[in-house]
Write a new protein. Structure first.
Length: 314
């Protein structure tokens, strides 16, 4: 009886090794990447033990003082941690929503352009900011939003403002400024994958829709957008796994003492308290918290994608 129950498992194992032999070239190609992931992604997990120690760099592992969940308890009792957690989630959500909406919209509009020269010009102009470092990009933003910058100049000339506004000193403006900056810098680059996915859509679908009298907007909504559904779902799952990684460079370079209540996120918190103050255990505890929450969002997004796959997304 037990032998009969094990037959399906034996069959699946034999089928697995048969397919592995058939695809041995691809398997050998994967070996360097598996080794890279093991060395740089899994071996460093040993450092997570610091979150449960009162870590001192001068001591060996056996000499470290174990404190259990003390650092996690401190995190969840610290008001500044909840502030940076709020900032991180809000900035990540803004980046996620604006990134998806603007990139998909631009890809749909570029796909409708018939003038190839103008289309390539728009693509090139939208790609260029991606290759600018955040140091240069933040300098441009700070210059544009300075009291004598172009934004204040235009708004005062149009009569919208009576006096120039110190935009970067107002914390409640920071999230909007960061979202607009992220869109300006990354929207062109993010459209590449959507434009590539659009080229895979069967052109005969557009021809049939045009014969049936569908206009451009109807073709976009009924053919192009549903054709992007698999790509959108994959990118959504990948981005949900980074929901607590709202960035570092932009917040660090655009943040200051007057807007830090809105600009400081978990990465800056770890830098300030974990590395800057030498409390490596606290920084590691915050990093573990980020990983656990990211896993939760990742699997939740994967589950939702499967459920949405069973129904119609668009």
């Amino acid at each position: 009886m037990a032998t009969g129950l094990n037959q399906p498992n034996i069959h699946k194992t034999a089928l697995f090794f048969k397919r592995l032999l058939q695809q041995k070239t691809l398997a050998f190609m994967c070996i360097p990447f598996v080794l890279w992931a093991f060395v740089f992604k899994y071996m460093p997990l040993w450092g997570w033990t610091m979150a449960f120690q009162k870590f001192k760099a001068s001591r060996t592992f056996a000499e470290q003082e174990w404190v259990g969940w003390q650092h996690f308890q401190f995190l969840f009792s610290d008001n500044s941690f909840y502030r940076v957690l709020r900032n991180t989630i809000v900035m990540s959500s803004i980046k996620l929503v604006l990134g998806f909406v603007t990139a998909i919209t631009l890809a749909l509009l570029l796909n409708e352009l018939k003038n190839i020269v103008f289309k390539r010009f728009v693509q090139t102009v939208s790609y260029l900011p991606h290759f600018i470092s955040w140091v240069v990009a933040s300098s441009i933003v700070l210059t544009v939003l300075s009291p004598d910058g172009i934004v204040n100049l235009l708004l005062t000339k149009l009569g919208i403002l009576d006096n120039p506004v110190l935009w970067m000193s107002k914390g409640h403006y920071f999230w909007g400024i960061l979202g607009a900056t992220e869109v300006w810098k990354e929207v062109g680059w993010n459209t590449i994958i959507y434009l590539a996915a659009i080229t895979a859509i069967d052109p005969s679908q557009y021809e049939a829709a045009e014969i049936d009298g569908a206009n451009r907007l109807q073709r976009m909504l009924s053919i192009t957008l549903p054709g992007l559904k698999p790509v959108i779902i994959i990118l959504l799952i990948m981005n949900m796994g980074h929901i607590l990684e709202s960035g570092f460079e932009a917040q660090y370079l655009l943040g200051n003492g007057m807007n830090q209540d809105y600009s400081e996120n978990l990465d800056i918190f770890v830098l300030k308290y974990g590395i800057g103050m030498g409390n490596f255990s606290l920084g590691t505890a915050a990093g573990i918290f980020k990983t656990v929450v990211s896993f939760f969002f990742l699997f939740s997004a994967n589950y939702m994608a499967k459920r949405m796959g069973e129904s119609r997304l668009f």
